[in-house]
Design a protein around this ligand. Sequence first.
Ligand SMILES: Cc1ncc(COP(=O)(O)O)c(C=O)c1O
Length: 393
Amino acid sequence: MEFPISKRMASFTESVFTELAQIKNSKLSDGLSVIDLSIGSPDMPPPSFVMEELARGARDQELYGYSLTGTNEFHTAVSGYYKRNFEVDVDPASEVLLLMGSQDGLVHLPMVLCDPGDYILVPDPGYTAYAAGAAMAGAQMYGMPLKKENSFLPDFNEIPEEILANTKLMILNFPGNPVPAMATEELFLQAIRLAKKYGFAVLHDFAYSELYYENKPLSFLSVEGAADVGIEMNSLSKSFNMAGCRVAYAAGNQQLIALLANFKSNLDYGVFLPVQAAAVKALNDQSGFLQDLRETYRKRRDVLIKDLETIGWDISRPEGSMFLWAEVPSGYSCSKDFAIDLINRAGVVVTPGSAFGRWGEGYVRIALVQHEDVLRQAALNIEGSGIFKKILA
Ligand SMILES: Cc1ncc(COP(=O)(O)O)c(C=O)c1O
C-alpha cells in the first residue's frame, strides 16, 4: 500500500548529502579507502571529567525520570558561562532555555513566530536546518547572499523593502557554517536596528563560538540592544565534542525564551538529567580543554591549507569554525561535479557548496574532522588524482 503524504513533505526531499553518501558507500564496498571530510561532527571525545560525570549520573537510579526542563544548575551554568566569557548578564530563570541540541531550537522557533507566507531572512549559503524550520512553519526563506567581495557578510541594504515588511525572523550564524566568516559589532548593530524598525526577531546561531583561531567571536548578546530583539543559541556539540548528547541552550530575550519554552513543553520532556549534569561540568570548565581543542583544529587547518596550497589549491585561512570554504578549481561547471570527481579520483569526500544555497555554488566545504595525518593523506590523494597539476614537495 502507498500512503498519501502531506504537501509539507514536498519540502523534505532527499538531498545531495544522500547522493554523496551513496557514492562513498559504493567506493567502500568496492574495498577502496575513503577520507570523509564532509560531515560536521567532531571526531574527538568530550573532556574525561564530562564523561565521568555522565557515567556517574547513569548509575544513579534517581535520575531516570523525565527532566521536563533545564535544571537550576544548568541554567546557572549557562548564565555563569556568559558572564565569564562575554561579560553578559543573563538571568538564569527567565533568559535561558534548555534545548535538545541547538537544532531543536533552530527548527522550532519559526513555528512560534511565523505564519504561512511570512519571511525568514537566512544566510545563503547557510546551515540546512534553517530551511527545515521554515518549511515546517510554511514560511518563506529569503537568502541573504554571503559574497566574497563583502567578506562573506550579508549586505542588509540589498534586502527589498517588501520582504523586510513581511519578515518575522532573521537568522545569523557567526562563526558560520558552511562559510567560516566572523561577525562585526557593526553588523550586529545594523541587524538590531532593522529588527526594531520592522518588528522582527533575530536568532544568532553561535554553535561554533569556541572554535576560533585568533580573535574570540562576538556574542550577539554582548551588543547593545540585542536582548530587546533576539536570542542566541549555543550548543555543547562542537565546543565540548558532545554532539551525540543533544544538549544546547537559547539565551536572551525573555519573551522569545518564554514562547519557545511553551511550544517545547508541548513537544518534548527535556534532556536526560545526567547529560544536563555533564553539560554543567563542561560549561563551568576552566581546565584549558578548550584551548587544547582550538590548538588541535588550528594545526589541522594549517596542515591542510599548506599542503593544498603546494599542489595549487589556494584556500583562505578561516578565523573560526571547523570548516574550510574552498573555491572550486576552474574546469568544473558546478561544485557537485567537482565533489563527485574528488571522491572518484582522490577518495576524498567534501560537501558541494550548492547544498547550502544558491550562493554556495562555486565552493566546497571541507570539515577538519580528521587527524592531521589523515588530512596530509587527503592532500596526497588529491595531488595523486591529477586534478591539480602541481606536485607536493
Ligand atoms: C551552524 C550550526 N548550527 C547548529 C547546528 C546543530 O548543532 P546541535 O543540534 O548539535 O547543537 C549545527 C550542526 O552542525 C551547525 O553547523
